[in-house]
Design a binder for this molecule. Structure first.
Ligand SMILES: Cc1ncc(COP(=O)(O)O)c(C=O)c1O
Length: 470
């Protein structure tokens, strides 16, 4: 993060009034943020008055917090000057020792990683405690395979309100994430004799794998700057798309393509499988509503908390056309894989109290700042290579001259502990589109991102355009 005036809300501080010492809570959170690099050396902190107002605590509390952190050497306080994080506090990237002698991971730039260091632990703990206290005994036994009713209500409300999905709880099922949703739907369609599923090329290889394990023959459809090209979908019974933010190219499905895709589905008597995996994070405008809202009986909608909250929770949802609800619920039952009812209770409580919305608002801000750092640094250090993709989600695409260059850069980066995906990893075998790296910024604070991008830019420079002739 470049030195500048931080707004109080950017500090992501949380006060839990049910715990004894508010000042100690704030000290602890700020210390952690400074040590981790989330609050960079030189960052200017809000004045005691502004922070106190923002957090609805007395100014004396903030004076105590700042005083303590200054005494410990984390921040500098001078009469009349803005409180500032001291430059002596250095961000030390954490390294993870792999089990089998592979290189260490110093910077993980993979595109699917959200920030979990700022996971709202206290509000989540409150949700766990409250939901358990309030749960009926029936909630603690075998639940409905389609999901806990109260969570289905919350999710349907949320999706209608925030994503423009035409959702009612009866048609909203709880899954263990988008991949699980794709897997369930693939199995159900295959059992109905619908065995060909088109996928965008490129698209996430894990999702394609889930579809083929679910009995689908996976075929490719082309993607350009406007998203999937319906005219390139060969005969298929269904098509998987990520319209709000195509993974991995980062483009959005253009309005005329949305219509064309629905028309294609009508003409082919096919279903559309919409993966709305990270649409909440749009930084240049309000998120575009889901495709499902345009044709609810033709679009199967899957979503997840994997990017918006924490992948470890394994909680997502599917909103289904009426005619698929029973079969997918049955498939859920047969899959023997359900999200724990206890987690469903907690997440329903968390959503009900507005904590999920609050978390999204907070994280949108965090990711936007990270994306800005990555995009501007890449522009500065590698002006000859374009940064692609709309301002959304958790990754950018850095276009490179060839797949060979991208593969070489990826391998060289790996040897110094920088883990990054290439576009090619997500393509079908005969892909002829642009090459590039997928640079995820979700999981690293700005100081670490700066270090990682600088190092990566050096590696790209060293690789040079030599690989351009493939
Ligand atoms: C395109 C796409 N869809 C979905 C997901 C999330 O999948 P899940 O909910 O199974 O964690 C990801 C995560 O990387 C993704 O890239």
């Amino acid at each position: 993060m470049s030195p500048r005036d931080l707004q109080a809300r950017e500090l992501l501080l949380q006060v839990d009034r049910s715990r004894p010492s508010v000042s100690r809570q704030l000290e602890e959170q700020m210390r952690t943020a400074i040590r981790s690099g989330a609050l960079a050396a030189g960052a200017q902190l809000p004045s005691t008055r502004v922070l106190a107002e923002d957090l609805r605590v007395s100014r004396g509390v903030i004076l105590r917090v700042y005083g303590q952190l200054a005494a410990e050497g984390y921040i500098s306080l001078r009469q009349g000057a803005t409180p500032t994080v001291r430059p002596t506090v250095r961000f030390e990237p954490k390294t993870v020792d792999p089990p089998n002698g592979q290189p260490r991971v110093v910077y993980n730039l993979r595109p699917h990683l959200p920030e979990v260091a700022t996971f709202p632990r206290r509000p989540w703990l409150r949700a766990v405690r409250e939901s358990l206290e309030q749960a009926r005994t029936a909630d603690l036994t075998y639940g409905d395979e389609a999901g806990l009713w109260s969570l289905r209500v919350e999710v349907a409300n949320y999706l209608s309100r925030a994503r423009g999905v035409s959702a009612c709880p009866e048609q909203t099922l709880i899954t263990a994430g988008s991949t699980h949703g794709v897997s369930l739907v693939s199995r159900v369609l295959a059992r109905r004799g619908r065995t060909v599923m088109a996928f965008e090329n490129p698209s996430h290889y894990i999702l394609r794998s889930a579809a083929s394990h679910g009995g689908q023959t996976v075929v490719a459809a082309e993607v350009d700057e406007d998203g999937i090209r319906p005219d390139t979908i060969a005969r298929a019974d269904s098509v998987y798309v990520s319209p709000a933010h195509q993974f991995p190219t980062g483009v959005a499905l253009a309005p005329e393509r949305r219509t064309a895709l629905i028309e294609w589905a009508e003409a082919a008597d096919a279903l559309i499988l919409e993966d709305d995996y990270d649409a909440e994070f749009r930084y240049d405008r309000a998120p575009v509503g889901a495709l499902q809202g345009l044709a609810p009986e033709q679009v199967i909608y899957v979503g997840s908390t994997g990017k918006t909250f924490a992948p470890g929770l394994r909680l997502g949802w599917a909103v289904l056309p009426q005619e698929l609800v029973d079969d997918v619920a049955q498939e859920l039952l047969n899959s023997m894989l359900h999200v724990s009812g206890f987690d469903q209770l907690a997440f329903a409580n968390f959503m009900h109290r507005g904590e999920f919305d609050r978390h999204l608002r907070r994280m949108r801000h965090v990711y936007r700042a990270r994306r800005d750092v990555v995009a501007s640094l890449l522009g500065e250090l590698l002006p000859e290579y374009d940064v692609r993709g709309i301002a959304a989600g958790l990754h950018v695409v850095l276009e490179l001259p060839s797949h060979r260059t991208a593969t070489a850069v990826r391998a060289a980066a790996g040897t110094v502990g920088i883990v990054v995906d290439s576009l090619e990893q997500h393509t079908f075998a005969d892909y002829a589109g642009p090459a590039g790296l997928l640079i995820g910024y979700g999981g690293l604070p700005e100081p670490a991102l700066e270090q990682a991008i600088k190092r990566l830019a050096e590696i790209i420079r060293e690789a040079g355009p030599a690989g351009a002739q493939d």
